[in-house]
Ligand binder design. Structure first.
Ligand code: NAD
Ligand code: USQ
Length: 384
């Protein structure tokens, strides 16, 4: 099966492309490399030194004998996109290629517009390319659990059956996104659902939680295959940031009370979930939604776990509660379903001490690359 991984130079996409290639899929990566450009613009760098994509792919081929094709360009450029698709002829299109940071989208008007244009237009271009020339391909699109927000009722997988004034219907689950980035994902979902209804396309929206970890079997094979690991206040995500902060003796940056509960998963499960979606495609006309996470944690409880794991390794870890730069509920109900992927056979890697140890060790190994001035959050959701 031929799989095009859009955004395959990024954190989730790189791990997924190698995993699928190793599993015998014929893989190509399409990426504009714009994420490397955004890092330069913000003067931030991944903790782990990542090689240029061409070198990464050459090393993969030298090590495994497996070739991954590369298309460098922007999916907002329809001509480039359709020519790449014609050349590769994918059976499945895995779409990771978006601006994915909530703080980046909240920097100012320009970054909000950039995020929504990049994400919504890019995704719409893919839908048109599929309608025009690849109507049988399966779109596997990375959405986010943050589309739902934190409602005071259980979160279903994409749809909810509602009875209202004596009538009943199954409708898209209500959305309450928490940043202009998260809003872009809601817009994407609406567009994909509509395209499935009117053109009979087949798509799976993977509403993924916050991803943690850095090692997968494939990225661990060689230093040149190492994955990115972001720790800065814009692109770094909660648990990855906490482990790096602990390793370098920086107090953990819990925003507000820390009662914010989110869905999490190990990057080794990200790659497996994507494969499960590809191997079990949606039907023609079906817009399928999977909630892609394995466990729920409050941010405060994660900080506590990192403090304990650090203490066991002899690190003295302090936990700080900063004024929350975001506008979000800090104490709330949160209970989300995630049975669709489990029913397809996902066997989760649960958060363990050994995972925390490995992240802490990784962070210690590369601590000389940490720019401490990039740790505290600088982007605010609040009206000045
Ligand atoms: P990332 O920034 O590491 O990778 C995204 C990649 O997409 C980058 O290599 C970037 O250059 C590329 N890209 C962006 N816009 C593009 C465009 N217009 N054309 C071509 N390429 C483009 O992000 P990630 O953490 O790997 O996230 C991948 C996807 O998964 C995103 O859609 C994100 O919203 C989703 N997601 C990520 C997480 C997480 O915790 N990292 C959690 C849930 C969902
Ligand atoms: N948080 C802290 N301290 C930190 C960083 C974050 O307390 O140092 C808190 C935030 O306030 C928030 C929670 O942790 O309540 C999650 O923040 P995050 O930065 O780890 O994740 P988020 O902004 O939601 O975005 C990340 C990815 C995004 C993906 C999303 C999945 O960057 O691409 O869509 O996780 S989810 O959160 O389920 O929407």
């Amino acid at each position: 099966m031929k799989v095009l991984v859009i955004g395959g130079d990024g954190y989730c996409g790189w791990a997924t492309a190698l995993y699928l290639s190793n599993r015998g899929y014929e893989v190509a990566i399409l990426d504009s490399l714009v994420r490397r450009h955004w890092d330069l613009e913000l003067c931030v760098e991944t903790l782990t030194p990542i090689a240029p994509i061409q070198q990464r792919l050459q090393r993969w081929q030298d090590l495994t004998g497996k070739k991954i094709d590369l298309f460098i360009g922007d999916i907002n450029n329809y001509d480039f996109l359709i020519k790449s698709l014609r050349q590769f002829q994918p059976d499945a299109i895995v779409h990771f290629g978006e601006q994915r940071s909530a703080p980046f989208s909240m920097i100012d008007r320009e970054h909000a517009v950039l995020t929504q244009t990049n994400n919504v237009v890019g995704n719409l271009n893919i839908l048109y390319a599929m309608k025009d020339e690849f109507p049988e391909a399966h779109l596997v699109k990375l959405g986010t659990m943050g589309e739902y927000g934190t409602p005071n009722i259980d979160i279903e997988e994409g749809y909810i059956t509602i009875e209202h004034n004596g009538r009943k219907d199954t409708l898209p689950y209500p959305k309450m996104p928490g940043s202009y980035y998260h809003c872009s994902k809601v817009h994407d979902s609406t567009n994909i659902h509509f395209a499935c209804r009117i053109w009979g396309l087949r798509a799976t929206d993977l509403n993924q939680g916050v991803v943690y970890g850095v090692l997968t079997d494939e990225t661990g094979m060689d230093e040149l295959l190492i994955n990115r690991l972001d720790y800065d206040g814009v692109f770094g995500t909660a648990l990855n940031r906490f482990c790096i902060q602990a390793a370098i003796g920086h107090p953990l940056t819990v925003y507000g009370s820390g009662g914010q509960t989110r869905a999490f998963l190990d990057i080794r499960d990200t790659v497996r979930c994507v494969e499960l979606a590809i191997a079990n495609p949606a039907q023609a006309g079906e817009f399928r939604v999977f909630n892609q996470f394995t466990e729920l944690f409050s941010v405060g409880s994660l900080a506590e776990k990192v403090r304990e794991a650090g203490a066991a390794l002899g690190l003295k870890v302090e936990v700080d509660h900063l004024d929350n730069p975001r506008v979000e509920k800090e104490e709330h109900y949160f209970n989300a379903k995630n049975t669709n992927l489990l029913d397809l056979g996902l066997q989760p890697h649960l958060l363990s001490d050994s995972l925390l140890d490995s992240l802490l060790n990784f962070a210690t190994k590369y601590q000389h690359r940490v720019d401490k001035s990039q740790i505290l959050p600088k982007v605010s959701w609040h009206r000045k």
